[in-house]
Design a protein around this ligand. Structure first.
Ligand code: ADP
Ligand code: MG
Length: 627
């Protein structure tokens, strides 16, 4: 399937008519917009010639807002109305946001859908609204500089973004009145920018170290098709940490008590540190002048000193690379291309260590701040129909497994974590009880074995199943994850064709930190989970037997059982019920065998009785004839 086919009908361009489409890198720290002009992808500057738009929005009491550098300059002066790093809040719930604590010092109010709103002088703003305000500025910039209306945009998101975060990003675009041609994973966009899609095959690592986040993605290119094998990183590691390490060092050099700095001075020192850090990228040493309140003087920092300060932080990124490679089942020496993304990959020590880790030359020719937007623009150009012969298909992965709730509160995984998308998977299920006419479908996301440990995404009910014996109905449940990572679940009863489906629009609220936690739990608790799973399975088995026996006694007990026999069975049943309510899976298993054996006579008596009933009123001859 070509990407081209994803474009909506009527969107393919008439010959010679170039459609204006843009790529947008909606970053945590900085955002950019790019487009393909005369065959070349370029980022677009604002009226002052600035390409990078700081992802900061400040709300004013007149109902207007400032976006970009103007807003960033006011962040410390007007912190409650100036929203920074809003990307960290996208698709998260109130609880997640509270957990962010100091990172987001705003006044939050809970809204519908447990989506958090930020209280500002201009009213309550959701993260989706804030992102929409950033997107509007970028598309307005593009329309001004291209002199026409934009038909659509490709917006990039981190590869690990879950359903809720992707949906929130799409919602932001809708709010900004932008048609989303596609959400594209940031690492995939970077690989496209380097034209790596044009080589035949190979494994690509994308190392993205920005202001506050580190992402590592392992992609595989095969016959022009990208597949994301695995993603990893650290959502709280980036250039800001370099700044902090250097600021702390400068403070100590100046004989300041680091823990007791007031916020203004701390902010001044971090800002200074950032200047020094960026200076050290091109120079071996930098002399910084300090001038803030009582603090006057100068400090000289050599690159070697700076390297020593960030050594441990860089090593942390390499450990994440190692883990992610392991996750993808790839050895470092199998990686053919390493793409560097994010402003912090300009730091020489970072380049040196990453190059050493992969034993490779790195792709650093395209400005690491712009490379994602450039790749998105190339994609947008294809999707808008400007390059009709292109058939590039980009595959991404789902970050956590998707599954269904089974009897006993167990989760059956239908699509496993790290499966490339788009993907369709079907699984057949059956009914649990005789005459069951409806089936509740509960969709979950997570790696653990039990429903209570996974995240609930959606519930719906398939009705109109014809009454049949337990296990006779065949229900096929299909999971379809589209190219944007959005999930559609459908259930169909095969004998009647009764169908029901749901587009999963998850409630906002799963953070990448939680994803990491859920993954970690699934590893460290695996054994405990297996025991609990076995217990639940045995409990389900026990219930099945108990219900069947109860129904049988109800139906035929009066006729086929003596009083003693009935009491014996009821006694055995209550023993199994006691075991079933305990937590010893082995004991329940044994109890099931005992009760089955003890009730065998009743089952065979019922069978005989059933045959007799069927034979009543017929002569032997008739039966012989029927054979
Ligand atoms: P994000 O992806 O988080 O939006 P960017 O990719 O724009 O962020 O990276 C911003 C980070 O890059 C900041 O920490 C900034 O200090 C750092 N940075 C930018 N230029 C340089 C440079 N020349 N040397 C070192 N670090 C730099
Ligand atoms: Mg970035």
């Amino acid at each position: 399937m070509a990407l081209l086919q994803i474009a909506e009908p009527g969107q393919s361009a008439a010959p010679h008519q170039h459609k204006l489409a843009v790529g947008i890198d909606l970053g945590t720290t900085n955002s950019l917009v790019a487009t393909v002009k005369s065959g070349e992808a370029v980022t677009l500057p604002d009226a002052d010639g600035q390409h990078i738009l700081p992802s900061v929005v400040r709300y004013l009491d007149c109902g207007r807002q400032e976006v970009g550098s103007a807003a960033r300059e006011k962040a410390s002066f007007d912190p409650y109305n100036t929203i920074v790093s809003v990307k960290r809040l996208m698709g998260r719930g109130v609880e997640d946001v509270r957990a962010l604590g100091a990172e987001a010092p705003y006044r939050f109010v809970a809204g519908d859908n447990s989506m958090p709103f930020i209280s500002t002088v201009a009213g309550q703003k959701s993260p989706v609204q804030v992102s929409a305000d950033i997107l509007s500025v970028l598309t307005q910039r593009a329309e001004d500089s291209l002199g026409g209306e934009i038909v659509g945009a490709v917006i990039t998101v981190p590869a690990y973004f879950d359903e809720a975060q992707r949906q929130a990003t799409k919602d932001a675009a809708t709010l900004a009145n932008i048609k989303v041609l596609r959400l594209l994973n940031e690492p995939t966009a970077a690989a496209v920018a380097y034209g790596l899609d044009e080589s035949a095959e190979g494994v690509i690592a994308v190392y993205d170290l920005g202001g506050g986040t580190f992402d590592i993605s392992i992609l595989r290119l095969n016959k022009g098709v990208f597949e994301v094998l695995a993603t990893g990183g650290d959502s709280a590691l980036g250039g800001d940490d370099f700044d902090l390490a250097l600021a702390t060092w400068i403070a100590e050099e100046q004989g300041l008590e680091v823990d007791t700095l007031d916020t203004g001075l701390a902010r001044y020192l971090t800002e200074k540190a950032r200047e020094v850090k960026e200076g050290l990228t091109d120079a071996d040493s930098v002399n910084a002048q300090l001038d803030y309140a009582d603090l006057k003087g100068s400090v000289a920092v050599s690159r070697a000193q700076f390297d020593a300060l960030i050594e441990k932080l860089v090593a942390r990124t390499l450990r994440a690379c190692k883990r992610t490679l392991k996750d993808s089942g790839i050895n470092a020496d199998e990686v053919k291309d390493v793409v560097m993304v994010g402003g912090s990959t300009r730091v020489p020590l970072v380049r040196e260590r990453v190059s050493g880790f992969f034993s490779r030359e790195l792709h650093i020719d395209i400005d690491p701040d712009r490379v994602v937007a450039v790749g998105a623009a190339i994609q947008a150009d294809v999707l808008a129909g400007n390059k009709p012969d292109s058939d590039m298909l980009l595959l991404d992965v789902i970050p956590l497994s998707l599954g269904l709730e089974m009897m006993g509160g167990l989760v059956e995984k239908v699509v496993h974590r790290n499966t490339a998308i788009p993907v369709g998977r079907a699984q057949e299920f059956t009914t649990y009880q005789d005459g069951q006419t409806a089936m509740a479908i509960h969709v979950l996301q997570g790696e653990r074995e039990l429903v209570e440990d996974c995240r609930s995404l959606a519930r719906f009910v398939l009705r109109g199943i014809p009454p049949m014996a337990a296990g006779a109905a065949k229900i096929r449940v299909t999971f379809q994850v589209d190219a944007d990572g959005l999930l559609n679940v459908a259930a169909k009863e095969l004998s009647t064709g009764v169908e029901s489906s749901i587009q999963v629009k998850p409630s906002y609220g799963l953070s990448d930190g939680e994803i990491a936690q859920m993954l970690q739990d699934s590893y460290s608790l695996a054994e405990g989970d297996l025991n609990r799973r076995r217990l639940r399975e045995q409990q389900v088995e026990a219930d099945r037997l108990l219900v069947a026996l109860e129904q049988a006694i109800e139906a035929d007990g009066d006729q086929l059982l003596t009083q003693d026999e009935r009491e014996m069975l009821l006694g055995e049943m209550s023993q199994l019920i006691a075991l079933r309510n305990g937590d010893d899976a082995d004991a329940i298993e044994k109890g099931i065998v005992v009760l089955s054996n003890e009730s065998d006579f009743f089952a065979s008596r019922r069978m005989d009785h059933g045959i007799q009933k069927a034979l009543q009123g017929h002569t032997i001859d008739e039966i012989e004839e029927k054979k």
